[in-house]
Design a protein around this ligand. Structure first.
Ligand SMILES: [Zn+2]
Length: 184
């Protein structure tokens, strides 16, 4: 399933009317929330159906673990699988978004220098409504497990940087101080 993210351009306003979850700006239609795109051809209307409802057990201030699903220019999406300190897995599939401004205390010019698809990430929950918004500015938060982009081997921390012993290369990430110590 392909997930629509807030701000995604969906169509020209000449083609469709904006329905729930869709807004118009300068003659174009954009998604207002995370979800699944629905084309209602009968009413020439576009809607975004939210597929993500945040389970009640996740609250602002919680620390969660998840996997990076996609990396974009201004945000990454993270599939949250567990609330830390709670042995239960999150019952349903929950997507959280991590905006570039909330990734690090340092300025991030390229999100690819900070996260990569499939990284295991520890994050703090900033907001749960209307969508799950995450934050990894704290030293404890960030990547807690990662594989090499080349050979997929586990990366190790060497002199504060992630290093692939196979490829003899370092990779840039926003590292958590708990890298390698957190299990899903
Ligand atoms: Zn490698």
């Amino acid at each position: 399933m392909s997930l629509i993210l807030p701000g995604d351009r969906l169509a020209s306003a000449m083609e469709y009317m904006p329905g729930p979850g869709v807004y118009e700006r300068d003659g174009e239609l954009f998604a207002a929330l995370t979800g699944e795109l629905v084309r209602d051809e009968e009413h020439t209307e576009l809607r975004v159906k939210p597929v993500v409802s945040v389970p009640l057990e996740i609250r602002a201030g919680d620390r969660v673990l998840g996997r990076v699903q996609s990396v974009r220019d201004s945000m990454v999406t993270i599939e949250v699988v567990r609330v830390k300190g709670n042995s239960r897995q999150v019952g349903t599939w929950v997507m959280g978004s991590l905006h570039v401004a909330r990734m690090s205390e340092d300025y991030v010019s390229n999100t690819n220098d900070v996260y990569s698809v499939n990284d295991l990430v520890q994050a703090r929950v900033d907001e749960t409504k209307p969508a799950l918004k995450l934050n990894t500015k704290s030293g404890r938060d960030g990547v807690v497990g990662a594989r090499c982009r080349g050979c997929r081997d586990h990366l190790k921390v060497v002199d504060g940087e992630l290093f692939c012993g196979e490829c003899r290369k370092t990779e840039a990430r926003k590292l958590s101080s708990e890298y390698g110590q957190v299990q899903l």
